[in-house]
Design a protein around this ligand. Sequence first.
Ligand code: A3P
Length: 329
Amino acid sequence: MAKMVFPYEIKNVTEEEDKLAKKYYKGYIRPFIRVGPHGYFWMAGYGDHAADIYNLDVRPDDIWVVAFSRSGTTWLQELLWLLENNLDYDGAAKTPLTKRYAFIEYPTMSSEVKKGPPTAGNSSGATVDDFRNFHTLQSPRFVKTHLPLSLLPPKLLDTAKVFYIARDPRDVAVSFHFMHKLFRYFDEDVQFTEFWELFKKDLLLHMPLFPHIEEAWTKRDHPNMTFLFYEEMQKDLCSVIDKVSKALGKEYTNEQKKKLAEHLNFENMKKSSTLKYGKEDKDTEIKFMRKGLSGNWVKYFNTDELKREAEEYMETHLSKTDLTFPDLA
Ligand code: A3P
């Protein structure tokens, strides 16, 4: 089949932006890029392969998890995999999530200088973490991506089941700051206030956040789209289990659903080593599961200035959309 032309403009960020981003993102040599009308911020390596990813084959029995980082991707991955695989807890325990899911854009995120953030699959040489091997994977394929829908194969939603999870941007910001240090994108001493400056300027991986969510939100009524919120999983995991089961065409007893909710509980997932970055990265794994709370952002937006800015950020973006985040109360 003829390859589709990648339909979006890819351009370098401005010199000033690049300088600022590189002050924090260590080891990156080529300019960072912006992609498409929303100006999604990516590493140059993504630009090299944007068309390859856009042209990936999609199978009707694929299951795709699409999310902005730190929005509950991992939590949803475990839930989905178990529901689809008839609650095979033994299978889940044997194979880490990083091998059960293809993380398609992973190789495009590395810096030119190999200092290797201990990201999924890095230590084990897993081949699922590469869009180049995607067509060789056996069905049903479980796929994880942090790319927004517009950058994924255009026939994705009409072909396969897609699960999107969104989270309050303020909790994402806090968790994302933490992740940047954990995966050594940023030095340990980078403060949240500095991170927030980059966040506001959309100078962080996958940003801007709102368009990423809204792209999926506008498709929430598509029969193949299941749109979820992290907050919803926090508040009523059993109803999310029901929703996802229904989307997958699976039925489970109340007993089975209760057991699954227990398995997916933050402390249990933290203990169960679902992620398995490798023995040497046990600590990373534990830290990846950080707090698992909603609304914890208030502890980090802890000055009047930050609080005002967070409010402003939310108001500005929410005023332009019909998207609303679930009430925590
Ligand atoms: P925090 O850093 O706020 O704790 P992702 O998988 O998309 O990168 O998201 C990671 C976030 O989801 C982290 O948030 C992590 O703790 C949280 N998380 C992962 N598993 C969870 C679970 N079982 N229950 C609640 N939160 C979970």
